[in-house]
Design a binder for this molecule. Structure first.
Ligand SMILES: Cc1ncc(COP(=O)(O)O)c(C=O)c1O
Length: 381
């Protein structure tokens, strides 16, 4: 095994601990009591982490996060329902695509690449369209890194008697959210982001009463979360082959999450990573896409340097050669790239990646990270 692996400054899969990887060295019988106990523990821990005891249940779903998002929309938004999707990036847009496939009604509040949806706008849209039954929002829209104001949105959605679905794929585990304070029917996340497990399943924390009333909604057997949950309750097993090794790794990851201080402990480390990255990159002349108010502790978008010598692939390859994998941008308009704050990253790695960025700029004969729009305004001043 290669011992010097690059660190992932990406939004998942992320760099995991050796102990999480080692937890996968045993094979498990999927129907065996030992594995059933592992599944039960996983579900119980996740319900507790969202404060959902007595109201919400955990339904795991094989596959990547998108499978869990699709299964949630298919199971919870009835064929006669209508969804309002709050879009401000790729993952909100993907929910629209899922609804297109499902052939179910939806409207979008599309805020472009990075503007947050605000409570007043959502309230106005809901008031104007009584047919809207559900609202979907992305907690941290990973394509820009913005942390959307889910609390204020949940409040207006509840006030107007509609149902809320939160895609918290890249936030849950490091951004506190409580089912006792934020009214949601479903919160979706996955194993390989802030919990620092390996990829292989997503999970949905669903209001039990809503799930029980969802019979007949799903368009597809595999995507039916009600069927998945009923089988789990009846047998203690996943329907169909579970990702056994991934579950074992996740339980180890949950243990390490608790040892780090749970959601608040993890949040503190990621927030520190974010602050050090932002400060260090700004010192090198880079600019963040978002103002500080909207920056998440998950991932940060930086404008690419505007200097003529900049080429993302060269920049990427040279940083990789120094031991770090960074992430391309996902904006429709500006040239950008992203640095993730999550996973096994500490001060040592953050300092080293900042040094790598400085060295690579030097190698590429780029004086600093000043973006094109700043260079342009300097040229015309
Ligand atoms: C907010 C959000 N939603 C959905 C997804 C899709 O997850 P996956 O790529 O695991 O299918 C991601 C992935 O990064 C995400 O960040």
């Amino acid at each position: 095994m290669k011992t010097e692996q690059p660190y992932l400054l990406t939004p998942g899969p992320i760099t995991t601990t050796l102990s999480v990887k080692q937890a996968m060295l045993q094979d498990w019988g999927s129907w065996d009591a030992d594995f059933r106990a592992m599944t039960a523990q996983l579900c119980q821990s996740l319900v507790e982490l969202v404060d959902g005891e007595g109201s919400h249940v955990c339904v795991p779903m094989q596959g990547s996060g998108t499978f869990a998002v699709e299964a949630t929309l298919a199971t919870l938004v009835p064929k006669t329902g209508k969804l309002l999707i709050l879009m401000n990036g790729a993952y909100g847009q993907r929910m629209g695509k899922i609804m297109d496939y499902l052939g179910r009604a939806y409207v979008a509040l599309d805020k472009g690449d990075y503007e947050p949806p605000r409570a007043e706008e959502v309230a106005a849209l809901l008031a104007a369209d009584p047919e809207i039954t559900h609202v979907a929002v992305v907690h941290c829209e990973t394509s820009s890194g913005i942390l959307n104001p889910v609390e204020e949105i949940a409040e207006v959605v509840a006030r107007q008697g509609r149902r809320l679905i939160i895609d918290s794929m890249s936030a849950f585990g490091a951004v506190a959210i409580s089912a006792k304070k934020v009214a949601f029917d479903a919160l979706i996340s996955s194993a390989n982001k802030c919990f620092e497990g390996v990829p292989g399943f997503g999970f949905v924390l669903i209001r039990q009463s809503v799930l029980e009333a969802a019979a007949g909604n799903a368009h597809s057997l595999s995507m039916d979360l009600l069927d998945q949950w009923q089988y789990l309750v009846k047998t203690g097993q996943w329907r169909y082959t579970p990702p056994t090794h991934v579950v074992a790794a996740f339980l180890q990851a949950l243990k390490e999450h608790a040892e780090e201080g749970g959601v608040s402990g993890r949040h503190a480390r990621y927030q520190r990573n974010q602050q050090r990255l932002v400060a260090g990159m700004r010192q090198l002349g880079f600019e963040t896409l978002l103002s500080d108010e909207w920056l998440s502790p998950i991932i940060i978008t930086f404008f690419s340097p505007g200097h003529a010598n900049f080429d993302f692939q060269t920049f990427y390859d040279r940083i990789k050669a120094r031991g770090f994998i960074i992430y391309p941008g996902k904006l429709t308009e500006a040239d950008s790239f992203r640095l993730g704050c999550i996973g096994q990253l500490y001060d040592t790695q953050i300092d080293a990646v900042l040094a790598a960025v400085a060295a690579v700029l030097d190698e590429m004969s780029i004086p600093d990270g000043t973006p094109a729009h700043v260079l342009d305004s300097l040229a015309t001043a």
